[in-house]
Design a protein around this ligand. Structure first.
Ligand code: DGL
Length: 277
């Protein structure tokens, strides 16, 4: 691919969750081209070690760069928590100093200031995201005096991946983790859905969330933040192609990915299987 050729924006997730981000990005910026990559064959990432998530994410970023992407969004909290900083600080300067990788944690945290009154913030995420304390660190960088309560929800991604998000059985685990979070403090007034799979559980999350609590869904926030980023970085924007296409890649079989992705996006999807190494 010639260095001057315009290319799609890369969007990466461990599996399907990033589609909840992609759909909001496409809604806000339908004119751009997108290349989505889900590492479904190796998902979930949530319980994997730092090294493994970092290595898998770096492989994906390199793959998307190989497809020409100048900008890659890690539409995955676990990858953003465990791999983004190292990729930005150590890898990019060596492998692609003119390309950019952005995550989902910082734009989400930027939103808190306008929502919370008590300064008590709940984070619902995968084990990896919660253990990394990435949200806590980002919040401490941006605000003073906030209290952050993390709650790992290890059963939520499998519920979504196994198409059980709307089943009666899902209620038990949705309620369980929300109750555990509010058991840590009943002053929490704002909760971040810190995993891109969780919007698929939104009706049940809303049902069991204490009344009046702000629930932050990331999709619209990431879309808005990407739009602002491209306005502030015309040198990146000018390298993004704009013919309103979206292509889907998965490390699982395309026949398995496509029907599930269609549920996430609410539109028919065709996909191509690739291998990451
Ligand atoms: N969608 C990913 C996230 O936002 C988690 C899914 C997984 O565990 O792979 O954290």
């Amino acid at each position: 691919m010639a260095a001057t050729e315009k290319c799609p924006i890369g969007v990466f997730d461990s599996g399907y969750g990033g589609l909840t981000i992609l759909s909001e990005i496409k809604k806000l910026m339908p004119e751009y081209d997108y290349l989505y990559l889900g590492d479904n064959a190796r998902a979930p990432y949530g319980s994997r070690s730092f090294e493994v998530v970092y290595n898998f994410t770096l492989q994906a970023v390199k793959y998307l760069f190989g497809q020409g992407c100048r900008l890659v969004i890690l539409a995955c909290n676990t990858a953003s928590a465990k791999a983004l900083r190292t990729i930005q600080q150590n890898d990019l300067p060596k492998i692609a100093p003119d390309r950019r990788v952005l995550g989902v944690i910082r734009p989400t945290v930027e939103k808190l200031g306008e929502l919370t009154r008590t300064g008590q913030i709940g984070i619902l995420g995968t084990q990896g995201t919660i253990q990394s304390e990435s949200y806590t660190m980002e919040i401490e960088k941006m605000y003073h005096g906030y209290s952050v309560y993390g709650q790992a929800c290890p059963m939520w991604v499998p519920l979504v991946e196994y198409k059980e998000a709307e089943s009666d059985g899902a209620d038990f685990f949705v309620k369980k983790y929300i109750d555990e979070l509010f058991g840590k403090s009943d002053g929490i007034d704002t909760v971040i859905l810190g995993c891109t799979h969780y919007p698929l559980l939104y009706p049940k999350i809303e049902k069991y969330m204490p009344h009046g609590v702000n629930i932050i869904k990331q999709g619209p926030i990431i879309a808005e933040s990407l739009k602002n980023y491209l306005l502030r970085h015309p040198e990146i924007d000018s390298m993004c192609s704009k013919t309103s296409t979206c292509k889907y890649l998965t490390t699982e079989s395309a026949g398995k990915f496509a029907p599930m992705a269609s549920i996430f996006l609410n539109e028919p999807v065709t996909a191509e299987q690739i291998t990451l190494k």
